[in-house]
Design a binder for this molecule. Structure first.
Ligand SMILES: [Zn+2]
Length: 288
């Protein structure tokens, strides 16, 4: 009878995984070792044993990149109005409220001004913990405002993506953001202000299809999932098995979709060197 035998040897490792945040120990999904949470945090949330890059929230990211962890946020007051009064398993308005309580943000992105090794930069960081980092009208507007701010101040723009794509609860309004952001980026490009796009795990859907892939320099963290449609959808459409590592940073680098794959520890100095090259002579003060 079935309950005497184990039907398959391994637990199913597929499907959405979450980083466990409770307790003092964390199990790494890369090497399956148990890591002391404090060790992990001190190592910028990268597994000290196998270098797997854990997902981090937007505030941690800003603190890692900007000098002394100091920055000034802007356009943080925008809030979604739930224009379609959308209801799936539960009302969109409820999802929004819950995400706002959990993250302390109004929507899935933080806009900030700060300095990166002494250079003034405008930076937008997406928050995956807010409805999967999805892009609705507010995220679209905030990213557009960050681009406009960079254009106005002639300061380099950095966008850190972490997103499941467009926010389906806002229907076509979320899709319109792709065009709006792309148009704003075209103006930034004409004005010759640099834009560095950093792709983190995961960057998919409408975000990949618009601003994430429009950077003057496009870099990604190791092992990040980057794609448009998910692998299952593609396999069903083309009726072929996809190669191993498909849609991961290293695969995309090999196929010319990315400029570099950069370890989290080197991210700040890498961006700083890139800005040195792109905008020589704008360092304002001594770097930390
Ligand atoms: Zn590991």
């Amino acid at each position: 009878m079935a309950w005497f035998k184990r039907q398959s040897g391994e637990l199913d490792p597929s499907g959405e995984k979450k980083i466990r945040t409770e307790g003092l120990w964390v199990k790494c999904e890369g090497c399956r070792q148990i890591i002391w949470k404090k060790d992990l945090e001190e190592n910028l949330n990268v597994c000290p044993k196998c270098e797997k890059h854990f997902r981090i929230d937007a505030r941690t990211r800003l603190a890692q990149l900007l000098d002394n962890g100091e920055y000034e946020v802007f356009s943080e007051k925008l809030v979604s109005t739930d224009p379609l009064k959308f209801v799936d398993l539960k009302p969109y308005s409820e999802r929004l409220k819950r995400a706002q309580e959990e993250t302390g943000l109004n929507d899935a992105v933080i806009n900030a001004r700060g300095k990166l090794n002494g250079r003034p930069v405008v930076i937008s960081v997406m928050e995956y913990g807010f409805i999967g980092g999805s892009m609705g009208a507010v995220v679209g507007e905030m990213i557009t405002r960050a681009i406009e701010q960079a254009l106005e101040q002639r300061q380099s723009l950095i966008i850190i993506s972490a997103s499941g794509g467009a926010r389906m609860m806002e229907g076509v309004l979320s899709l319109m953001q792709l065009a709006k952001i792309s148009a704003a980026l075209a103006k930034l490009d004409e004005a010759r202000v640099p834009y560095i796009s950093v792709l983190t795990d995961p960057t998919t859907g409408g975000v990949t299809a618009s601003f994430a892939m429009l950077g003057d320099l496009i870099i990604a963290e190791p092992g990040a999932l980057i794609g448009f449609a998910g692998p299952r959808v593609i396999e069903q459409t083309i009726r072929q098995k996809l190669p191993p590592g498909f849609q991961r940073s290293e695969f995309l680098l090999e196929h010319g979709m990315l400029d570099a794959v950069v370890h989290r520890k080197e991210m700040k100095s890498y961006i700083s060197r890139a800005l040195d090259f792109m905008t020589p002579g704008i360092v304002e003060s001594a770097a930390s």
